[in-house]
Design a binder for this molecule. Sequence first.
Ligand code: ADP
Length: 254
Amino acid sequence: MDNVQLIDDNGKRNDGRGPEDLRPIKIEAGVLNNADGSAYIEWGKNKIIVGVYGPREMHQKHLQKPDRAIVQVNYSMASFSVDERKRPGQGRRELEISKILSEALERSIISNKYPRTSIDVFIEVLEANAGTRCAGLTAASVAMADAGIPMTGLIASCASGKVDGQVVLDLDKLEDNTGDADLPVGYIPLTDEVVLLQMDGHLTPQEFDKAFGLAKNACVEIHQLQRDALTKKYSQDPDEDNGEDQAGEEVVSE
Ligand code: ADP
């Protein structure tokens, strides 16, 4: 696949984007009735739904933390989410993504408010086209705010990388499969904290700085979409507003 040209002579990528363009992103908050919080995201050809429960008492007592809540993510890709039917059940990749997303989300909550509890986050990937961990994390953060979980700020997430020798933002599946590097970043704009950073492939330190900067700037843009989704939900749905701080204390006061 090395001979695939990913950026044409006019600087356009296979889907018509420029090197620093995001795929189109749509976020909706509060899409499920039976979860405490939820969100749906379409990001390019990715479609992901997230349901959040909690904080609720942790049943496995040995996993309880006496001084704080923990976040348990279950990231799962549907069998029909990819071209060739994915093997059902959670594989090693899904376990790894669940773990790194749990750690990222745990950084964003004010966890000492709910000792001995668990916040359970179910990320269901319905259609996958690369960047699902970033899209899933972005949606999960909105779903946690929708559940009213106190947070220091929303986590926005986006990957950058390198294709055809050029640093680009937000790789799609073809670019992810055949490109030179992929750098997923999770960032809390409000506290200026990086909560997720992974890298596949090779970058020079200069390319890394450029790629990281692109992803971080994109996170600021995505953060605004997250806020818009929450604002839309809570301005449209007065019946469900029972006076409680449903959108998360710190988040609504941003
Ligand atoms: P991310 O989705 O966060 O970019 P990866 O880089 O591991 O995570 O995966 C890139 C893409 O490869 C996924 O979004 C999906 O489209 C595809 N993919 C991942 N796992 C499988 C699988 N088991 N079968 C088919 N395609 C897969």
